[in-house]
Design a protein around this ligand. Structure first.
Ligand code: DGJ
Length: 556
């Protein structure tokens, strides 16, 4: 039986026994945003990803959970690896998974599991030894610099399993299905596990494509009709780069890979994207047939460098259409966002059919700022700096670990966001929230809310410029009546101008700092005089994170 047919049979078999779809974690369009619903309510993940090996030991993890909870996290991203789940073929061991669930629940935390199986960071370190050792059943990819031979053990053995091995996708799918079946049994009611990442940062490293005999045959063959039909059917919405490439080569619906896409390494990347996507869509479908919570794939970002410098075939935005053409089991694709261009990459990945989730992003002080932009401007489902457990297991401090450096700032940001989660979630849905990052090279931004232009700037009345600023602003109340905004952030000044030139001017009626306790606003100081630049600005100083509410008046 083909793998696809096997998956279809499994789907049919398990469909009848699934928990009701709306009660398990799922994505749902809510107004203008797509949100994660947990126990039928929208949920934002204030998250962090553990170092790769931390959760392989429950003892090691003991001090970590309370530390992360105190930091303000509500969700932890952590690996569950094929090698530990199926150490012997066909024999599954979920002791570690169950232990992690118990530890998370004790701290009222949620988990997003990362299924580290055939590939992680472009390589194949995580399959069980019975997979790694069997080169006949589970052939390796071959790089062009080491041409394929008929030898079972090639002279230059890569640490990279080939996507084109039917035995591998079957074995990986079977194990993932077993894991999801187990999660459904032990967590189908509690919903500690919110989503699954399938594999990690896939793609061929060191070459633009696999040059094994298997791969060469597939590359010389016709592009599968499913793919060319998808391109034709989605012609107007394809990513600009893919559309341009396809059109330049005659918008063919038949032909070999080089005939359809041209004879460049971009074609190799598309070929690999198709093969990784087809593989991973099948693994995800097998898992979903047991327990269909949201599933996604993360991307090691690359840009103008040749594919192979970064993992070739991973879900970069220019090949997302290829990934979608290969199946529909994956719900979205996420950028592993370590670039300084946080806004640019977040914007590229936040698409109408791709909600933004930051599964992996830089820790350190930048995270404390970026989280406001992600939730406020890009309606992110969650935000997760990498290596979040640094320093939580009593290990000697590693001062270079970025997660250690920004710990207090991130905690402050997470706690501030935590306290206004209901307002933020509602504003994501209504579209009444904006987020921003300001720096010396980008010192101001104009935002539109409540029919007003909000000029948000690092500069005060006298032209003094803060080093940097960040925050988010939520429009409160209905569109009619005096405008009122809730702001949280640091280091910026806001002035207000009606967009309608004939509308009466507005001014600041009051600014109150405060915080939410269990959803109730607890007011603090009324900010006036020096604290609002004599009535000129809604001001957030650069020394601490503040939550403030401003109410405006309209002059008449
Ligand atoms: C990206 C990977 O996805 C992570 O698992 C980890 O290896 C980090 N890189 C290390 O920076």
């Amino acid at each position: 039986m083909s793998t696809r047919r096997a998956v279809a049979v499994l789907c049919a078999l398990f469909a009848a026994t699934l928990p009701a779809q709306q009660t398990i974690p799922h994505l749902q369009k809510n107004g203008q945003a797509t949100q994660l619903f947990v126990d039928s309510k929208p949920y934002l993940m204030l998250a962090g990803e553990l170092h790769n090996s931390s959760s392989s030991s429950l003892d090691y993890m003991k001090p970590t959970w309370p530390a992360l909870s105190a930091l303000g996290l509500n969700t932890v991203l952590t690996p569950v690896s094929w090698e530990l789940v199926e150490p012997t073929e066909g024999h599954y061991d979920f002791t570690l998974v169950d232990g992690l669930l118990a530890q998370a629940r004790a701290q009222h935390m949620h988990i997003v599991f990362l299924w580290l199986a055939a590939w992680k960071n472009g390589l194949s370190g995580y399959p069980p030894a019975w997979v790694k050792s069997d080169l006949k059943r589970f052939p390796r990819a071959v790089l062009a610099s080491a041409p394929d031979t008929d030898d079972v053990v090639p002279a230059h053995l890569t640490n990279l399993l080939s996507t084109l091995s039917p035995a591998l996708v079957q074995a990986d799918s079977r194990a993932f299905h077993a894991l999801m079946e187990h999660l459904r049994a032990v967590d189908g009611d509690a919903h500690t596990v919110l989503m699954m990442q399938v594999e990690n940062e896939v793609g061929v490293l060191g070459d633009s494509r696999d040059h094994s005999a298997l791969a060469n045959r597939a590359f010389a063959a016709q592009v599968p009709a499913e793919l060319t039909q998808y391109l034709a059917a989605h012609r107007d919405t394809l990513s600009s780069e893919l559309r341009a490439l396809w059109l330049q080569n005659g918008a063919k619906t038949q032909g070999t890979w080089t005939e359809v896409f041209g004879d460049t390494t971009r074609t190799d990347e598309i070929f690999m994207a198709w093969n990784y996507a087809r593989y991973i869509q099948q693994v995800a479908a097998a898992g979903k047939s047991a327990y269909p919570i949201p599933m996604f794939v993360n991307c090691w970002l690359g840009s103008s460098n040749p594919p192979g410098d970064y993992p070739s075939g991973g879900p970069l935005t220019r090949v997302l259409d290829i990934w979608r053409a290969a199946g529909s089991a994956l719900d979205f694709y996420t950028p592993d966002l370590y670039s300084n261009d946080f806004e640019g990459w977040a914007t590229r990945y936040h698409q109408p059919n791709n909600p933004l989730f930051l599964a992996e992003t830089s820790a350190g002080p930048v995270a404390a700022a970026n989280v406001f932009y992600a939730f406020g401007e890009q309606a992110a489902l969650g935000f997760s700096p990498f290596g979040i457990d640094a320093g939580t297991h009593g290990e000697p401090p590693r001062p270079t670990d970025p997660a250690l450096k920004g710990r207090e700032e991130l905690s402050e940001s997470y706690h501030a966001i935590q306290s206004l989660l209901p307002q933020l979630i509602a504003a994501q849905a209504s579209g009444n929230v904006r987020g921003f990052l300001l720096s010396k090279s980008h010192p101001a931004v104009d935002l539109v809310l409540h029919g007003l232009t909000l000029h948000v700037s690092l500069d005060d009345l006298f032209g003094n410029r803060a080093e940097s600023g960040f925050g988010l602003i939520i429009q409160e109340g209905p569109q009619e009546g005096p405008a009122s905004f809730l702001g949280v952030g640091k280091g910026f000044h806001v002035s207000f101008t009606p967009r309608d030139a004939y509308a009466p001017p507005v001014g600041i009626a009051s600014i109150v700092e405060g915080s939410f306790k269990d959803g109730t606003w607890i007011p603090g100081r009324h900010l006036n005089g020096d604290e609002n630049d004599q009535g000129n600005y809604w001001r957030f100083d650069q020394y601490g994170l503040h939550t403030e509410r401003v109410t405006l008046y309209s002059a008449h």
